[in-house]
Design a binder for this molecule. Structure first.
Ligand code: TXA
Ligand code: MG
Length: 331
């Protein structure tokens, strides 16, 4: 719901954006750090604030599907189908860009990532900006770190540097959008996310293909091996080994947090150095909480985060993907 207070803040945000400033705003996936997508110097600030390499492209968020052919061209039928069905929603389409999209948004590539977010505050902001305006926005975190799912996260991580933060509460999905590109009419999933593959396949004529991310040559920061990462080392363990590992670490004097979702295997561990946190056992609620939980424990003085391996069921794909990246180490 848009309260009169949020309504006023949106009006202020629009002025700031029109003047070339940055505004952090809620989406249903994670908070974004937005700037006027048509203003290269405004967008440059996003890269500076995030400390993100200048050639990593940004997603352009807009408010009305009628504007899709304003931002993109040569749009496959499969893309239209997905857009009509899932927008507003956690889906980003990589399409051939139109001349309206500046180079700095796309990292000089000839494609652009496009999305209509579902959060009422994001939509109100985009509508207030007006047609032929859009927000280029990455997640509102420093490059490589965990995406923010509350306004407080953004405040803690980027507070002083952002022109303004719109508070729309905790994000409903909690994981980033599903990113799809196209090979003719074949949908290629570049980043699993808020929309499960089964939901995409229900709409498409032929099943979407999950791209082996090692083979992707385009610059997608979300597919770098080390990404979405806490600063505390994070290791993934099967349920049957996680407690023994925690005890080994504790024996070395290391403070350890064990994060599980399954009811089983809750060992009777009473060691002051080991704490336990139980996540929801379904992927929707798990995904919603994951980043907030990682952030919370990362901010406490743990030496190790141990996380139970998620189920191999496809509905957990986005979670498995993020945990793999969060746990990536150089060796
Ligand atoms: O849910 C989301 O997608 C959130 C919210 C704020 O919308 N945004 C987000 O943005 O996660 P970011 O920048 O953190 O991740 C977007 C990913 C990046 O990995 C970027 O490289 C990729 O999308 N991307 C953007 N444009 C692209 C393009 N033209 N080709 C390939 N990848 C692209
Ligand atoms: Mg990001």
């Amino acid at each position: 719901m848009i309260t009169p207070e949020i309504h006023n803040q949106i009006a202020t945000a629009v002025k700031l954006l029109e003047a070339g400033g940055t505004v952090a705003f809620p989406t249903e996936t994670v908070y974004g750090l937005g700037a006027d997508a048509t203003n290269p110097s405004a967008i440059r600030q996003i890269y500076e604030i995030k400390q993100r390499p200048i050639n990593h492209p940004l997603i352009v968020h807009f408010g009305d599907i009628a504007q899709l052919s304003y931002w993109a061209q040569e749009i496959p039928n499969a893309a239209w189908k997905l857009a009509k069905h899932f927008w507003p929603g956690p889906l980003t389409l990589i399409l051939r860009r139109s001349a309206h999209v500046p180079n700095i948004v796309t990292g000089d590539q000839d494609t652009v990532g496009l999305r209509i977010p579902a959060h009422p505050v994001a939509l109100a902001l985009l509508n207030a900006l007006g047609a032929e305006k859009a927000l280029a926005a990455p997640s509102a975190n420093r490059f490589g770190r965990i995406s923010p799912t509350t306004a407080t996260h953004v405040q803690q991580e980027l507070g002083q540097q952002v022109g303004m933060i719109l508070d729309g509460g905790a994000c409903e999905v909690g994981l980033e959008s599903t990113i799809i590109s196209f090979d003719d009419e074949t949908a290629l999933v570049l980043r699993p996310g808020g929309i499960p593959l089964s939901a995409l396949d229900a709409i498409l004529d032929k099943p979407a293909i999950l791209v082996d991310q090692k083979n992707i040559k385009i610059r997608t920061s979300g597919i770098l091996p080390a990404h979405y990462a806490p600063t505390t080392p994070l290791t993934i363990y099967p349920a049957e080994h996680i407690w023994a590992s925690a005890q080994e670490l504790a024996a070395q004097g290391l403070r350890t947090i064990v994060i599980t979702y399954s009811e089983h295997h809750h060992a009777n561990v009473s060691n002051q150095l080991i704490q336990h946190y139980a996540m929801p056992s379904d992927p929707v609620n798990y995904g919603k909480k994951l980043y907030a939980v990682l952030r919370q424990f990362d901010n406490q003085a743990f030496d190790q985060l141990l996380i139970e391996v998620p189920p191999s069921d496809p509905s957990w794909l986005a979670i498995t993907d993020r945990l793999k990246r969060a746990s990536y180490t150089q060796n």
